[in-house]
Write a protein that binds this ligand. Sequence first.
Ligand SMILES: *[C@@H]1O[C@H](CO)[C@@H](O)[C@H](O)[C@H]1NC(C)=O
Ligand SMILES: *[C@@H]1O[C@H](CO)[C@@H](O)[C@H](O)[C@H]1NC(C)=O
Ligand SMILES: *[C@@H]1O[C@H](CO)[C@@H](O)[C@H](O)[C@H]1NC(C)=O
Ligand SMILES: *[C@@H]1O[C@H](CO)[C@@H](O)[C@H](O)[C@H]1NC(C)=O
Ligand SMILES: *[C@@H]1O[C@H](CO)[C@@H](O)[C@H](O)[C@H]1NC(C)=O
Ligand SMILES: *[C@@H]1O[C@H](CO)[C@@H](O)[C@H](O)[C@H]1NC(C)=O
Ligand SMILES: *[C@@H]1O[C@H](CO)[C@@H](O)[C@H](O)[C@H]1NC(C)=O
Ligand SMILES: *[C@@H]1O[C@H](CO)[C@@H](O)[C@H](O)[C@H]1NC(C)=O
Ligand SMILES: *[C@@H]1O[C@H](CO)[C@@H](O)[C@H](O)[C@H]1NC(C)=O
Length: 894
Amino acid sequence: MLLKLGFILCILALIPIKSQSAVLSIDLGSEWLKVAVVNLKRGQPPISIAINEMSKRKSPNLVSYQSGIRLIGEESAGLIARYPDKVYAQIRDLIAKPYGFTKRKIDSFYLPYQLVEDSRGVAAIKFDDGEIYSLEEILAMIFDYALNLAEFHSKVAVKDAVISVPPYFGQAERKAVIQAAQLAGVNVLSLINEHSGAALQYGIDKKFANDSKYVVFYDMGASSTYAALVHFSAYDTKEYGKTVSANQFQVKDVVWNAELGGQDMELRLVEYFVDEFNKQLGNGVDVRTSPKAMAKLKKQVKRTKEILSANTMAPISVESIYDDRDFRSSISREKFEELCEDLWAKALVPLKEVLKNSGLTADKVSAVELIGGATRVPKLQAKLQEFLGRKELDKHLDADEATVLGAALHAANLSDGIKLNRKLGMIDGATYGYVMELHGVDLVENESTKQVLVPRMKKVPGKMFRSIIHQKDFEVSLSYESKDLMPPGVSSPIFAQYAVSGLANATERYASRNLSAPVKANLHFSLSRSGVLTLDRSEAVLEITEWVEVPKKNLTVDNSTTSANISVEASASANASAEAASGDSAEGNGNLQNNSSSDSSSIPGATEDNIAEVTEKKLKKRTFRVTLKVAEKISGPAMSFSEEYLSDAKRKLAELNKRDAERRRTAELKNDLEGYIYSTREKMESSGDVEKVSTNEERQSFIAKLEEVQDWLYMDGEDATAKEFEERLKMLKAIGEPIFFRMDELTARPLAIEQARRYLTEISEIVRGWETKKSWIPKERIEEVLSRADKFRKWLDEKQPEQDKIPASSVPVFTSEEVYDKLAHLQAEVAVVNKIQKPKPKIEKPVKNDTVDEKAENDSKTTSGTGEETSTDKEGSENADGNADSEAEAHDEL
Ligand SMILES: *[C@@H]1O[C@H](CO)[C@@H](O)[C@H](O)[C@H]1NC(C)=O
Ligand SMILES: *[C@@H]1O[C@H](CO)[C@@H](O)[C@H](O)[C@H]1NC(C)=O
Ligand SMILES: *[C@@H]1O[C@H](CO)[C@@H](O)[C@H](O)[C@H]1NC(C)=O
Ligand SMILES: *[C@@H]1O[C@H](CO)[C@@H](O)[C@H](O)[C@H]1NC(C)=O
Ligand SMILES: *[C@@H]1O[C@H](CO)[C@@H](O)[C@H](O)[C@H]1NC(C)=O
Ligand SMILES: *[C@@H]1O[C@H](CO)[C@@H](O)[C@H](O)[C@H]1NC(C)=O
Ligand SMILES: *[C@@H]1O[C@H](CO)[C@@H](O)[C@H](O)[C@H]1NC(C)=O
Ligand SMILES: *[C@@H]1O[C@H](CO)[C@@H](O)[C@H](O)[C@H]1NC(C)=O
Ligand SMILES: *[C@@H]1O[C@H](CO)[C@@H](O)[C@H](O)[C@H]1NC(C)=O
């Protein structure tokens, strides 16, 4: 572990700009959530996994809501077997899917959730208090949990995040994840495809200058499988004037099966064992109808599968699975592999296809890196080895953490406050191709109205521009390029639709002018870093040619450069105004911008020297741009939430968070009260000193109070409020604390007095020392010290007999704390006086030979300077060597 941290430390020298910048990355898996934090604190590794409240490096991706108590992550995992209908799993795989798909999916997993179809046609879940939550809201709870883990880990506020998503996430899924994160208050720097995260983590510590290569990342997680082909290379670039080699990777292709993963193997085992148990039960009973039984079985089957990865035989044991009956059985690895026979073949398909598409043979691929939990299954590894013709597969990456660590690197790269010393360029592509289609009156729908806007694997992010000749308002729809390659569950290829208006009006307004070109509409699209495609804006372009009066220009030289110079200026200003117009949507109301383009009537060959104040008529081409109104009008899974919906959802989530915080505080206070009662009763009974410092009545009344509160705690106190616990604890402490204080003082006070008296005797020795060895110390200062010591002694002499007179059960005359306080003051003063320096006698310097002196000084300076520099250099290089070593070792470990 230490080695690994050291390794990460050395490859990343992070230079802080802001004092406390921290960013996080979230690997949103189907079953597990992993969180990493990039934090710039001295003495801490810059990138680390945020462990959860159980000190685990990954948390179950679960939310439960049961009897008004919401639990997230680790805490809700314990409830699955008891409340299978109230622990919500698989949220990532259900988000932004059509209702029917979600319903089928949860049925196949025997998850008895109460689904409700919302206005988008997407499933929402009804909690047991009747409140309906969208899957985005549930995912927001998980993101909130991730934020808390990150903040708890890094001890600073963290909001900026990169979130990893599977490559097959389409437009609706990506938008839903971003919206869910926003609901949780996460500022999404970007989404990142899982394979890019892994590729980043793989490449960040490597050099590809003379070693460009292809690597396949093969990932089988709980619910999906993919193979991504990535090319790592280097190119030369200039940095501070020097040519340096920069590393980069480009994702060439990725092929997936979004419905094949470790869960499918588990389901095979579940079905097998259910059949066996049904047979044991007889009477035609089917345990599949009991969600609780299925939940219990599913939980145990996970263990069985894990055991089979390392053993040839594994047991299964489920207590009281159904009707108070236990289920015990076992299965051999052979049988398990037979049950999953068809899955092994399917698992190879993404790898085969990604190689086939690229035209590469397996031996041209330098490494096939395995990631994802399900790649630990021996049979799968054997199949992959067989296909690749290799003895060993590459496991240089941490199968669980590669993606989240790579995503953290990306987050650091995107944040303003953190600079990465190691650079790795990342080029990922759109995992789907997208087409644009135009609809509208008078639009002849042909090849020009439907065209590919983003070819598959086109570099992300990017901007696209299209211009159409049209005069009426129209609509633009965006859809997946191929109906055969759409995100799982998606039934309609169209994911976005926009109404573009204002074009007809603009055309009409300019109808009387001399249009020199047909009216055009420009469309500006963008494909965001997260892979979300949108139509950002649109404007009408009207070109008019008119005669206008212009002042004549002074043309001095008969040279073609003259007109060239003029036209350069003219078009430069046209560009500037075009930009101004496009940035401002208020331009649509007839307040038009004149973008005069190049002067069509520059007079070549003009030789006149001096024709000032004279105008001439010129035929000018002017371009007007009118911003068009773009309204998103899609309904369905990809629809964005309205502002009202979002603010309402935020309020709901904040309310739940508040209730959680109250619940935690109540539990804490209850725990404090319980703990206080137990420890106090024990102290009262076991310590003989209690009797010395308290009266009989006092003790009896206190014990009675303790018993009373204890009884209350287990009766009415079971569901009491935080305030009630707090009040009772305060009341008990008001009685108990003075007793225990007196008890502590029984030993603490005499000890303090002893120390004080010892010091008071030492003082005379110290003063004697000053008088002999530090004669320069002023007499007054010594007098002051002695007087203070004397006062302290008198105070003790007076208080001590007073205290001795009263019983130990009374309020003490003085406390050990007072004694220590006075002692500390005295000691501080002694220290100050002790430090008084001997005044320095003025020594007259002998006149030296200046020339010689100066030279000598200079010499010594330079030598010592160089000496230091050399030694730092050495240290640096030694460090680098040491790092290289640990790098190699870390890899061995992995
Ligand atoms: C790459 O190879 C060239 C010549 O073979 C060599 O000069 C250069 O130093 C190498 N670069 C790296 C980074 O190894
Ligand atoms: C980091 O940022 C640079 C500059 O924007 C970019 O070229 C590079 O691809 C980024 N790399 C990663 C891993 O995000
Ligand atoms: C498509 O139709 C438009 C008229 O709306 C026409 O101008 C264009 O030439 C057509 N394109 C093709 C490829 O047929
Ligand atoms: C066209 O302009 C008129 C008035 O100038 C306005 O009332 C109307 O709403 C506009 N139509 C569109 C589609 O913008
Ligand atoms: C209209 O534009 C054409 C060139 O496109 C020009 O020849 C003509 O003179 C213009 N007419 C008017 C009235 O401006
Ligand atoms: C005209 O421009 C050319 C270059 O474009 C230049 O070489 C020449 O000297 C110029 N003539 C005069 C008269 O300035
Ligand atoms: C054209 O512009 C360039 C740069 O602005 C300038 O150096 C040159 O003298 C100009 N030529 C004439 C003929 O004005
Ligand atoms: C034209 O040039 C002459 C001198 O060359 C100058 O006096 C006059 O002001 C100029 N006119 C304009 C409009 O720039
Ligand atoms: C200083 O020393 C140099 C040589 O060491 C000598 O020539 C010079 O006379 C000396 N100057 C004085 C002022 O002593």
